[in-house]
Design a protein around this ligand. Sequence first.
Ligand code: FAD
Length: 384
Amino acid sequence: GTDQPPVVIIGSGLAGYSLARELRKRDASLPLMMITADDGASYSKPLLSTGFTKGKAADELAQADCGAMAEQLTMEIRTHTRVTGIDPDAHEIRIGGERLRYRQLVLAWGADVIRLPDPVSGNPAVCSINDLEDYRQFRRHLGGHRRVIVLGAGLIGCEYANDLRNGGYDVTVVAPSGQVMPGLLPEAAASAVQAALEAEGVTFHLGVAADEVVGETGSVQVRLNDGAMLQGDIVVSAVGLRPRTRLALDAGLKVNQGIVTDRLMATSAPDVYALGDCAEVEGHVLMYVMPLMASARALAATLTGAPAPVQWGGMPVMVKTPCCPVAVVPPEVTEDGTWEVEREGNNVRALYRDSSGALLGFALTGDRVIEKQTLSREVPPVLA
Ligand code: FAD
């Protein structure tokens, strides 16, 4: 009937909007509602680390505001509204004192940035940039300052370093790891990216951690655990992301690193699904666009009566470091696997094979990234 509660999607990121689009392709009249803590603007989050290279302010990165999205997807969108609890038995969510019924609920509420201890992250000169609003504030904060210290040398730290350097800023990267993108890249590929960034003028302090940030925007000092003191104007913290799980835990849902789902994106609670950065699908937490798109398509089928387990093939992660682009499928490390590395300057092709010769993963940098399609077809699927 018409008084049937809607399918409720929590979150207006790429996961929430991709699902809404896929649902509308299948069913034009399904009652649908989105609830989001932010302003509901639709934007492509990967573009956040390309803004200085492309000269785009926050508003230019937004593709459509929530009004346009609500109309296009014929659904109500409640913005600046934070869900505070879930009651799966009652099929209700809580928004402060308000209760709202759902038919099916989709948690697409993303991941939180990891905060460093207060002596570092407590300083207002330390920014993290994980959504459009953060980006807007960072650009405002940055103003005319020039010296940026980036904490973290993972994918996001390296992308911001390259982007800020392209924007003409002085960039220093600090990270406790011995190489850039540990866990994602083998040493040869990491050293190529680092060398290319250094050639652009980025300075690295690897193998050291930031213990304390003192001063304020325009004049900050970052004290490292080897005693050194770096001088800068502003600090970007990019030390990692963690799926948002607290409300799910409170509601008794099964949570591991992310909110645990099966291949239908179903959580341990009836009629509650999880999608995107907050989800752990059969043990995999993949905080990237390609897996969430495939999941959104599958979930739309499931929610419209044609249950479809998600399939994930070999999905290369592209790192947007224009001075040395990267394509990588990190392998499941096995006892008998070995890296075969070819390197010419900053062009690296590293293939990870098991003892039978099967390709389990690869990392390509520079000119060699063109081989990503071919190699992606050879690696085993993540979820067959
Ligand atoms: P989010 O976009 O974080 O959306 C979460 C939504 O939930 C938000 O609308 C938020 O307001 C809302 N929300 C949270 N809590 C609540 C609550 N309690 N109540 C109501 N609403 C709530 N991936 C790639 O594949 N390729 C790339 O090149 C790439 N580059 C990236 C560059 C950067 C700088 C970053 C930060 C990420 C990048 N990623 C990239 C990762 C990719 O952007 C993410 O995997 C993806 O955007 C996650 O989308 P999401 O919808 O799950 O989460």
